[in-house]
Design a protein around this ligand. Sequence first.
Ligand code: AMP
Length: 610
Amino acid sequence: MTWPTVQKDPEDLPVPPNLEEYRSARVGFTWDEARAALDGLPDGAGLNIAHEAVDRHANGPNADRTAIRWLAKDDRVRDITFRELAELTDRFANVLKDLGVEAGERVFLLLGRVPSLYIAALGAMKHRAVVSPMFSAFGPEPIRQRMEIGSGTVLVTSRRLYERKVAGLRDQLGSLKHVLIVDGADGLPPGTLDLEDLLAAASPDHRIAPTDPEDPALVHFTSGTTGQPKGAVHVHEAVVAHTATARFALDLHPDDVYWCTADPGWVTGTSYGIIAPLALGVTMIVDEAEYDTERWYSILEEQRVTVWYTAPTAIRMLMRAGDEPRVHRDLSALRFIASVGEPLNAPAVVWGQEAFGLPIHDNWWQTETGAIMVANFVASDVRPGSMGRPVPGIDVAIVHRVGDDEHPGVEVVEEPDVEGELALQAGWPSMFRAYLDMPERYASCFRDGWYLTRDLARRDADGYLWFLGRADDVIKSAGHLIGPTEVESVLTAHEAVVEAGVIGVPDPVAGEVVKAFVTLYPGIEATDELLRELRGFARKRLGPAVAPREIVVAERLPKTRSGKIMRRLLKARELGLPEGDLSTLETPYDATPPGAAGTSAPQGAGEGAP
Ligand code: AMP
């Protein structure tokens, strides 16, 4: 069914919008102008994200404005002004210097949403180290892989996370030199340093060294269909896109109180949960706790949040909780709600209208794009179910891949409403500059000057884009992008498992959940006990956000003649979908699993995300 368009009139908005009229904003926009709105390092010494996000404001009239209002799990509140943030990040940069860490070295963060995470991320960028935040909900295996691929030399973490997830694999992390513990006052694990002590001993004065806008600033890991996670490299220049898109797509104004619910372990939680709001001098709310309906409504009410950036899984959880937790709240401060990360279906957009008097504004982007590329804007009509239109400065096309491996090309689809791959004209400031150590993989993302997103979409006659699915097998669960191979390789590390095939199956709250099919060695029985053990095995290594919700034992798995497991067929059988071309299937496949060999693991929905 088609849902009626939500009509907008800029005159009705409580604050004059940053983007009032879509077409003229696009025509009038240049990245040079967006760049000119930034400060730049003093004396023309380049562009550094941390200068834009912190020092620029600390040295100006807004020095005493709250930069971060931190809400602790135990309800303590800590306000950090731009001036304080400048000093803390200066100290952190000096800690790295004192440890002998060089510019370009990689600093990994494994923390919950605590102030040290924000101080370390920005302080490391001041030192021109490269920051890689990881989800604290990850298990040891994703942590090991990322730190190994990224050759992390510094890890900032907590005592508990270190002891539970890192200590056991420390000897496998050859490049790791320094582990800084943020809460070491009551004792430090062997081989680690107390960050508080180091900060206290470090000088509070620091001057950012000249930074080339093309110097790497961040690495965010993302997953593909095959192989190991890929480290997408972003540079300091990305802040040009972070700020411009936050103005256009989130309508951020300097006096907003802004809450991005995403964890910095995901690119949204860094681009829009650290960099963009601070660079625009906006006060941002950081909540340490995981999703909780009452808590979330009370934050919106008590903090007088004006702009709220969240994710479909969270919206679906709020919808499920019904009206009761919300109706007695005064949410009148809220003026704009946006969502990203997974498809936001039309009923959720409309629910926003009913619940808050505001539609939920879907927007679209990826780890690789670094910033919002497609959005529903505050002053533009919203078509429920559509991701919106390209932000100014971004050119989008629907394309079909043509040619062969030697002469790859694309054909741009001009007609509306044709399904194809969503492509972006390469060259925007926050475009990823590399996958770490994977130059060919990186190059293969581009054809004829287009970056190919692996998302399938269509564009309607008015330029609104509609998400149709993924062109590959990656799974999106509660906002996490999960590579099936990463899960499969953990399952096959269990002594009972021969092969594993992992797919995403629809889930009313998380969008998709991970389901695994495994085959067992001859003579091994698929007992409940074994399945429980397998589930625990996967959960312990992968963490709850990535581990399969369900594991099923199959007699065999469908394979191509070249021996690759056909996840597509597993999925089609599971969901009763058309099976497509089966000409490469090795032998006819009957998916019926033997006996009652299945298991479901109820999980905390959305742990670690959104
Ligand atoms: P990540 O790199 O983890 O942020 O995941 C990016 C992927 O999430 C995209 O390629 C899409 O498949 C999906 N995604 C992000 N935003 C949306 C959206 N608004 N609608 C549908 N899918 C989305």
